[in-house]
Design a protein around this ligand. Structure first.
Ligand SMILES: [Cu+2]
Length: 296
């Protein structure tokens, strides 16, 4: 019940501060978390807003107390300081108060952690992300006779034209890649994360999905997500890994199950062709809408 009441309150606060358009990548001057694209991230955003309901009043209370102390007990006004060393009532209050506050924070926090770390029994898709200085390699499990694996490099400006990625609002500088990790919507995706054997530690992070997990050489980490809508999502390597750490972005394209299957079939033979076909299919609805609007 309490959770629902807070959820309603959070929703109102979110509405007040909503910026309108859906965001799946960082925005200039953004100070909050990115829009959520998975159930877990919706909960992370809820939990962040929930904790602010504790943090802000506590900060204001401490500030008010400090001001009172500074003004009321300043040396000129209060030349002989109090020598009080014990007050049972105050000690009970400042022990019980924080314990209660921490309990209110701990319960939903552990609940959220449990959800993140409870792996769904049968993932629909398993991909392995391997980090190397300084790119990602993605490998699909059971992708047919020809195993599907490819490197994903940051898109450089001279390559935009050939890749059909001139639109910087959709393919932002330092975030867009040559080959996106393509995955289906509303499906449980298991991500195995590691780094090449002789490499350094990297980290696979996707803010909209509430994902961040280290890529450690010689060790296979595991995480999962279930994207609840289609789109192109951007993240970055989040462990300082050398001079090009800032230039190994992560791009995940979430598409419908049909589009995913088509892409998967073509990609095993010709990845560039599959990516081009997918981009054309994804961009098509928007073009049609514009044409319709113009006709009206
Ligand atoms: Cu890295």
């Amino acid at each position: 019940m309490i959770k629902r009441a807070y959820a309603a309150l959070t929703a109102i606060v979110c509405l007040l501060f909503a910026t309108g358009a859906f965001a799946d990548q960082p925005k200039p001057w953004e100070t909050g978390l990115q829009e959520a694209a998975t159930g877990n991230m919706h909960e992370i955003r809820w939990f962040e807003a929930y904790t602010l309901w504790f943090i802000i009043p506590i900060t204001l209370l401490v500030l008010a107390l400090l001001i009172v102390v500074v003004v009321k007990f300043r040396a000129s006004k209060n030349p002989v300081p109090s020598k009080t060393s014990h007050n049972t009532l105050i000690e009970v209050i400042w022990t019980v108060g924080p314990v209660l506050i921490l309990l209110f924070l701990a319960v939903p926090s552990f609940d959220l952690l449990t959800k993140q770390l409870t792996f769904p029994q049968n993932p629909d898709v398993t991909v392995k992300a391997t980090a190397t200085q300084w790119q990602w390699n993605y490998e699909y499990e059971n992708s047919g006779a020809t195993p599907l694996a490819f490197d994903s490099f940051m898109l450089k400006d001279p390559d935009r034209g050939a890749a059909g990625k001139e639109d910087k609002s959709k393919y932002p500088r330092l975030l867009a890649v040559d080959n996106e990790l393509v995955l289906p919507v509303n499906k449980v995706v298991r991500v195995l994360v590691t780094a090449a054997p002789t490499d350094v530690i990297h980290s696979f992070a996707m803010p909209s999905f509430g994902l961040k997990i280290d890529a450690v050489p010689g060790r296979l980490n595991e995480t999962w997500f279930k994207a609840d809508h289609e789109g192109l999502f951007y993240g970055q390597c989040s462990e300082l890994c050398g001079k090009d750490h800032a230039f190994m972005p992560i791009a995940i394209r979430i598409v419908s199950q049909d589009q995913y299957q088509q892409w998967l079939t073509t990609a095993a033979g010709d990845l560039t062709k599959a990516n081009k076909a997918l981009m054309a299919a994804v961009d098509l609805p928007a073009t049609v809408n514009v044409a319709e609007n113009v006709a009206k």
